[in-house]
Ligand binder design. Sequence first.
Ligand code: COS
Length: 378
Amino acid sequence: MILHEKHKKFRQKVKDFADNEVAPRAKELDIKHEFPWDLVKRMAELELLALYVPKEYGGAGFDVLSYAIAVEEIGRVCGSTGIFLAAHSSLGVYPIFVAGTEEQKQKYLIPLARGEKIGSFGLTEPNAGSDAAGTQTTAKLVGDEYVVNGTKRFITSGSVADIIIFTATKDPAMGYPGISAFIVEKGTPGFSSGNEEDKLGLLGSITSELVFEDCKIPKENLLGKEGKGFKVFMATLDGGRISIGALALGIAQGALDASVKFVQENKKSGKPLKKSQFIQSMIAEMATEIEAARLLIYQAAMLKDHDMPYTKESAMAKYYASHIGMKATDMAITIHGMLGLTKAYPVERFMRDEKLMEIGEGTSEIQKIVIAREILGK
Ligand code: COS
């Protein structure tokens, strides 16, 4: 894919970081279920945590395409570090960047963008996942404060986050017009993180519950207008899907790279593996589909950079990249044979990490609904 010089240079910078600093930690993070505090600090130093946010708000002043490239390059070696970056930038930083008041930007966006604070996004609930309008968490205005009650589930970086954007409704019977978005700070009385999930993949990333028990939040922490929370998070998810697509792409590229190395170094019955037409066919299929996913993701990112509609394109990018990503990681294990199922090679980790990409930030079925509605109308 043709990229401008500035994006090529940027990719090289992130690639060096990924290869030299993230890759050596990836297996350990996975095996020990360790959150990558050291890598978070390094990403902050390298200004990777808010690439598309202007410098005046603590960001790097780059663009969404650079952000997609960064998630892709880091995901190529470590899904757990990649999902942290994607969740922090798309779900922690973006809602405040797009819907915050100037005061909220000064107070919350700047420390998040600089990496002094960790961000997270509480939307999903035990009974409201794909049906996001079914939010049961309530926020009732009493005097100058909202009193919040409810539980969020499957929240990336939930228990390590300092600043959390979440949704709650005035009344669950109202559906999406009742929903507003809010900001809560770690340590607020009545707010705590609950159970952490024991997951299949992304084991260096934290996924936890968030619990609100008569938690009082100042009125000024309403994000956007009352009753407009659904729109804030739908717009947030449009952007988030570019980064989940980029992460799916990066993991698939990692699986392809590992497979190429394996077939170049190994023989079967005395014959180099790369001479096998069966192997060649799988490598060709993986490489072609990965390149097609890359084009979709970069296109969605560029549309966003040009302030053009990108809802359909980001849903397509995420749907396609995660679909071919699962296929590519599966093929990578097939290419490695029994060795591919062992921890001696990274491909089993890639496959476990890739599965979330088909489910998080809207399942593949949700992406198809979004795409079809854009084409056919609601
Ligand atoms: N950007 C901004 N606003 C949007 C939007 C978007 N991409 N998509 C919809 N909206 C607005 C609509 O315009 C509508 O507002 P108006 O009535 O004022 O026009 C409002 O939001 C409700 O839209 P709609 O009626 O389409 O809502 P539905 O409940 O039918 O939404 C889907 C259905 C499936 C699209 C939605 O629930 C969804 O995306 N679910 C998946 C959620 C998800 O990804 N969860 C995982 C989170 S992991 S962090």
